[in-house]
Design a protein around this ligand. Structure first.
Ligand code: IMP
Ligand code: MG
Length: 185
């Protein structure tokens, strides 16, 4: 499906970069027999699906969901994690797979929550990073693309549940209202 929205990253560019990330991860975790990828629903689903198929190491998969709550949820930034993880984390190498790190609130909360399960290691792989938007100082070990302060859609990412199926990453111009940016999905 094509779109008339302005394009930030072409599918081919994304494909190439996902391959590079997968090689890097496969190298770094080569001697780790028990790697668990934790995808953050729903936005990271397309990225995760591409990433796992390029990995050269065995991995298990699980998913979590994050949601903002409280008044002006997205901007005030309280994040609840729904982690009905099927698998115990203790002693495992856990790699969170996220679509985009924006303020960092979601990741901060998620890292805190997953650390409670005492994994052997806990790292983050995000397709996109918007460092200029950061409110909390979280860092992803693997970053596909650093992008400017824009609202992106496509390749799994949505605005009000639209645009997820687009194969390229686009941005909304004009951007949507700020308090609708990080809807955590
Ligand atoms: P953070 O907690 O502010 O870092 O926001 C993280 C979550 O908000 C991401 O997991 C996305 O689901 C969502 N989000 C942030 N920026 C964008 C964007 O530009 N497009 C679509 N979703 C976004
Ligand atoms: Mg997300």
């Amino acid at each position: 499906m094509t779109s008339t929205l302005p394009r930030l990253l072409a599918a081919e560019e994304i494909r190439r970069r996902v391959g590079e990330l997968a090689s890097e991860i496969s190298r770094d975790y080569a001697d780790r027999p028990d790697v668990l990828l934790v995808g953050v629903l729903q936005g990271a689903s397309v990225f995760l699906a591409d990433l796992i198929r390029s990995l050269a190491i065995p991995v298990s998969l699980d998913f979590v969901r994050a949601s903002s709550y409280g008044p002006a949820a997205a901007s005030s930034g309280r994040v609840a994690i729904r982690a009905d993880l099927e698998t115990p984390l203790a002693g495992r190498d856990v790699l969170i797979v996220e679509d985009v790190v924006d303020t960092g609130r979601t990741l901060d909360r998620l890292l805190e929550r997953l650390a409670e399960g005492r994994p052997a290691s806990l790292n983050v792989c995000t397709l996109l990073d918007k460092p200029s938007r950061r409110v909390l100082p979280v860092r992803a070990r693997y970053v596909g693309f650093e992008i400017p302060d824009v609202f992106v859609v496509g390749y799994g990412m949505d605005y009000n549940e639209r645009y997820r199926q687009l194969p390229d990453v686009h941005y909304l111009d004009p951007p949507p209202p700020q308090d609708s940016w990080n809807t955590n999905d």
